[in-house]
Design a protein around this ligand. Structure first.
Ligand SMILES: Nc1ncnc2c1ncn2[C@@H]1O[C@H](COP(=O)(O)OP(=O)(O)OP(=O)(O)O)[C@@H](O)[C@H]1O
Length: 267
């Protein structure tokens, strides 16, 4: 399994600093959720974590190796990345799409082998899509496309998975299933997610990006406080204790407790 860390990571686009001063430490086999408002820099940070945007300052280390020193082929054997709006080209079959994840492992001009097809099928089984291996991608729904793209990332066979909004387009069942699947893989995971409840339920740690800076980092229950949610997301929130399980839940959109109505004057 892979250990990911960044030190003083900054990313610029067109001379504008988008992300700065990000120190992350993601232990082997743990799952980190990256949350923040639209435009806070999550995708930019993620692209830098996978080596697609070179840092303007700072470093990204994967198992102690500076990512910037690896060739793109070597990087692709260490980090699998599933982008936010990555969709399979319509004229490919599902299996062909997922097989593209195997490219870094194949010698040039290698012909497809039986074991490669088995790896593709296994990746598709993880996301419940093996039955559609020979279907054209254009016949898939939006949620099925997301699952096939995750299967491609799984087929890449890396111990580090970096996912940009993996639960987009998925219904609640498949959101839950997908994150459970990712957990079962046992990989080190960094994923941008918008749903704070999913972040709290499925991830070991949460990093909150705000205006391109790391605003908070820690266990979900320590980080996702009503105060932070109000400050960062400008949404009212409250903690409520589940009367059955005793677990504390964050309720969003719930402002401060209503002020009691003034009692009627008793004449
Ligand atoms: N290629 C680009 N060229 C110019 N500006 C960019 C580019 N990519 C991102 N930005 C800017 O960087 C900032 C951060 O964008 P980014 O996509 O990283 O945010 P995000 O947190 O992932 O947002 P969202 O939740 O909406 O996906 C935004 O102001 C965006 O306009």
């Amino acid at each position: 399994m892979t250990h990911l860390s960044t030190t003083g990571l900054a990313v610029e686009i067109g001379g504008r600093t988008i992300v700065s001063g990000v120190d992350l430490d993601v232990p082997r086999g743990s799952m980190l959720a990256l949350v923040g408002r639209n435009g806070s820099g999550k995708s930019t940070l993620i692209r830098s974590l996978v080596g697609l945007r070179p840092p303007a300052a700072g470093t990204v280390h994967v198992d102690g190796v500076d990512l910037a020193r690896l060739s793109s082929r070597r990087r692709a054997t260490r980090v699998a990345y599933v982008a936010q709006e990555d969709g399979p080209p319509e004229d490919l079959l599902v299996g062909e799409m997922v097989a593209m994840g195997r490219t870094p492992h194949r010698p040039p001009w290698a012909v497809d082998e039986r074991s490669e097809r088995e790896l593709v099928l296994e990746a598709l089984r993880h996301v419940g899509m093996a039955a559609k291996v020979d279907r054209p991608c254009q016949h898939l729904s939006g949620g099925e496309r997301r699952r096939v793209m995750l299967a491609r990332g799984i087929a890449q066979g890396c111990d580090l998975l970096v996912l940009d909004e993996p639960t987009n387009h998925l219904d609640v069942h498949h959101q839950d299933q997908l994150l459970q699947t990712v957990r079962r893989l046992g990989c080190t995971v960094v994923a941008a997610v918008h749903d704070l409840s999913l972040a709290a339920a499925h991830f070991d740690a949460v990093a909150v990006l705000h205006d391109g800076a790391l605003h908070a980092l820690g266990r979900p229950r320590d980080v996702l406080t009503p105060e932070l949610v109000r400050d960062v997301f400008d949404v009212g929130a409250r903690h409520l204790t589940d009367p059955v399980t005793g677990r504390v839940h964050l309720v969003l959109g719930a402002g401060a407790p209503p002020v009691p109505a003034p009692r009627e004057a008793v004449l």
